[in-house]
Design a protein around this ligand. Structure first.
Ligand SMILES: Nc1ncnc2c1ncn2[C@@H]1O[C@H](COP(=O)(O)OP(=O)(O)OP(=O)(O)O)[C@@H](O)[C@H]1O
Length: 439
């Protein structure tokens, strides 16, 4: 019922899905690289400002502020606009009659859950603000995702597939591919990067169901270009972005200009993914990887850019609160080998030492009890002890305390390098504390 319900919510805020065709939507899913691909796409298209007036970008999750999820021309929408449109949606949902015979479970006045609400809000914002190109990142999967009420995207793309969200999408790569391939649409060219053979067959069939022939992009498309997001694997995401933007521009009858592609790729900024920040004597290498494949990718990135450096001290700051954290951390250890960490810090995603989360980062998915008992962090520390008993291990309650510890290590040892990894929630809180955003 996910899609019929989403269409019903849409009706209650005053729209039909076909109203969103004028947004000229590029729809993107995948397991890894969706957000980066969308960011490259946005940045390339922003070079055509004489032809494309306003570009909307809908992505998830956010790092520091929920407004990052709904961007116009690359910028998170302002607080005032967010508030205004949020309550317009809210009031419409409160007042519009329900379609009780068809949706008895959706009483008048009910509100959809978080992601659905934000998706509705994004459509409303983009229509009201006169967006003429919109890029939509799927939340989870594709077929039943709330973004999949989009009827006529200009083009669709599937990034690298892997195993994640199995409770919703299935345990095998075929089932996952089936869900993701649900965004392909009749009349919209279907793209993907190269995938494991089983997944590829499923994607091909899913495209055929919509009378489209799947195009596997040439992954060398971006090989000679400078990319604004670091990491070798980003070449694959950038190549997909080139294919998507070229097709989109064709549909809009805009001439493709390779120089704009090159400039757009170079200027792409997407924080929290293979990002380096230098602060005094501390260099932070930050990546929100949290699945097997992405932990491999980001560990290799860290290794490749720091292997030849010989800092006084290396530190790992890690958390993963809900997935198989110990398996991920041992994977990270094996990938990074022979680099060794002198200090290893396991923290929760709680932002401040007071026990508070930054307001936009409050998580109701994490059991408070597990956080209070530092259960996951203690398990991680025990696991690390088996992997490398020479590292000094710390189990800390929150991100602020972890950064304080890192700063005290730097005061003692001088030049230090810190790899921050395991969770985008950790990275979000980390950036809030590092930037001193007290909220
Ligand atoms: N093509 C890729 N292959 C492998 N790993 C990747 C790839 N692209 C991104 N990653 C990894 O996934 C992490 C998240 O990247 P990104 O935000 O682009 O992906 P996403 O699909 O939006 O993921 P999520 O939904 O988890 O946010 C990156 O930090 C990186 O570690």
């Amino acid at each position: 019922m996910a899609i019929p319900e989403m269409i019903e919510w849409t009706r209650r805020i005053g729209y039909k899905p076909s109203d969103f065709n004028k947004l000229n939507i590029i729809h993107v899913t995948g397991t890894k690289g969706k957000g980066s691909t969308c960011a490259f796409t946005q940045s390339i298209l922003s070079q055509y400002s004489n032809k494309i007036n306003k570009i909307g970008l809908y992505t998830s999750p956010h790092l520091k502020s929920v407004r990052e999820r709904i961007r116009i021309n690359g910028q998170p929408i302002a607080e005032e606009l967010f508030t205004k449109y949020f309550f317009e949606v809210w009031d419409n949902l409160s007042s519009t009659e329900s379609n009780a015979s068809k949706f008895p479970q959706m009483d008048k006045g009910m509100k959809p859950a978080y992601f659905k609400y934000l998706t509705l809000l994004s459509f409303h914002v983009f229509v009201k603000e006169g967006v003429d190109t919109a890029i939509y990142e799927v939340g989870v999967g594709g077929e039943y995702d709330s973004t999949n009420i989009i009827e006529s995207p200009t083009v669709t793309g599937v990034t690298a597939l892997g195993i994640d969200h199995t409770f919703m999408l299935g345990n095998t790569i075929d089932e996952i591919a089936w869900n993701k391939g649900g965004i392909y649409k009749h009349g919209s060219k279907a793209f993907s990067v190269n995938q494991p053979i089983d997944a590829l067959k499923v994607l091909q069939n899913r495209a055929l169901e919509k009378d489209e022939i799947l195009t596997i992009i040439d992954e060398s498309l971006a090989k000679d270009y400078e990319l604004g997001i670091s990491g070798d694997f980003q070449r694959q995401n950038a190549a997909l972005a080139i294919a998507l933007t070229n097709e989109h521009l064709k549909k809009l009858n805009v001439e493709i200009d390779e120089f704009k592609t090159i400039k757009g790729l170079k200027e792409t900024f997407w924080p929290g993914r293979c990002q380096t920040i230098k602060k005094n004597n501390i260099t932070y290498y930050i990546d929100g990887a949290h699945t097997k494949e992405s932990v491999d990718a980001s560990s290799n990135w860290y290794k490749s850019i720091t292997f030849d450096k010989h800092p006084q001290t290396r530190v790992l700051l890690f958390n993963q609160q809900t997935r198989d954290a110990t398996a991920l951390v041992s994977r990270l250890y094996n990938q990074i080998n022979p680099i060794k960490f002198d200090h290893v810090i396991f923290t929760t995603n709680v932002t401040w030492s007071s026990g508070n989360y930054s307001v936009d980062l409050i998580s109701i998915n994490t059991s408070k009890d597990a956080v209070d008992k530092l259960q996951v962090q203690t398990e991680l520390s025990n696991e690390w002890n088996k992997l490398d008993s020479n590292s000094k291990r710390y189990v800390l309650h929150d991100i602020e305390s972890s950064i304080n510890l890192i700063e005290s290590l730097s005061a003692k040892y001088g030049e230090i390098e810190v790899f921050v990894c395991g969770s985008l929630h950790l990275v979000g809180g980390f950036l809030v504390v590092l930037d001193g955003d007290k909220n």
